[in-house]
Design a protein around this ligand. Structure first.
Ligand SMILES: [Ca+2]
Length: 228
């Protein structure tokens, strides 16, 4: 009897570790999946059991076959979704915004900036200001897009010379809610996205907001509307 119990116990141990191992390979089927491992898709970070919003989305619509034998299919469509609703797309969180990474390629982007696409409380808080191709002929703060927006919008600006640039968001009563950039930058065209959160990471209310660019002696302010 003792032997049988021991055998059964061993069987359970092997079966459960096989279960985890069998599915852990899926962290290699999304870009930078190793950073948050099973926690990307499962509420229990050890894997198995209930899924996160990202895991649920994959299980329903982005597997070669639903269930244990299926493989995750990372794609532009999956990258474009914001599964956990934190204002960043799955692709932005996993450092592959266009969803172009394929299995076998080196991990894209910066691993240190990867956040969990299945956890609404984990999102990029440092707004990345991305340089774009092209030459800036003058100082310019462009209209944000989309506008109105919910909850994210993109703001582009141009610097004709290297200078210290500051891009800030103010609410309608003039209180500053977010600093998107405050650093010395090379001449060029830049894009910055705002996720509708203040400096403390809280989602702000619907309403009119102002964004202001200060660069050298240049100042420009524009208006935008967050509509939920
Ligand atoms: Ca997230």
């Amino acid at each position: 009897m003792k032997k049988q119990i021991l055998f059964f116990g061993l069987f359970l141990l092997v079966a459960s570790s096989t279960y985890i191992a069998a599915r852990a390979f899926r962290v290699g089927q999304i870009p930078n999946g190793t950073k948050n491992a099973c926690a990307n898709c499962h509420v229990n970070p050890a894997g198995g059991g209930p899924r996160t919003a990202f895991g649920t989305e994959i299980e329903r619509n982005h597997m070669t076959v639903q269930g244990g034998s299926g493989q995750v299919q990372w794609s532009a469509a999956l990258a474009a979704l914001d599964s956990d609703g934190d204002g960043f797309t799955n692709g932005q969180e996993l450092q592959d915004p266009e969803g172009t990474w394929v299995i076998g390629q080196p991990a894209p982007g910066d691993l240190a900036l990867v956040t969990n696409p299945g956890d609404a409380n984990d999102f990029p808080n440092t707004t990345s200001v991305q340089p774009l191709a092209g030459i800036a002929g003058e100082y310019l703060l462009e209209g944000n897009y989309p506008n109105p927006f919910n909850p994210s919008t993109t703001i582009r600006f141009q610097l004709p010379e290297a200078t210290h640039a500051r891009l800030e968001i103010y609410n309608s009563i003039g209180a500053r809610v977010r600093v998107l950039a405050d650093e010395r930058m090379d001449a060029g065209i830049y894009s910055s996205s705002w996720n509708g959160r203040d400096d403390a990471g809280r989602l702000v209310e619907s309403g009119t907001y102002l964004y202001r660019l200060s660069a050298g002696s240049f100042r420009a302010v524009k208006r935008m509307a967050l509509v939920k």
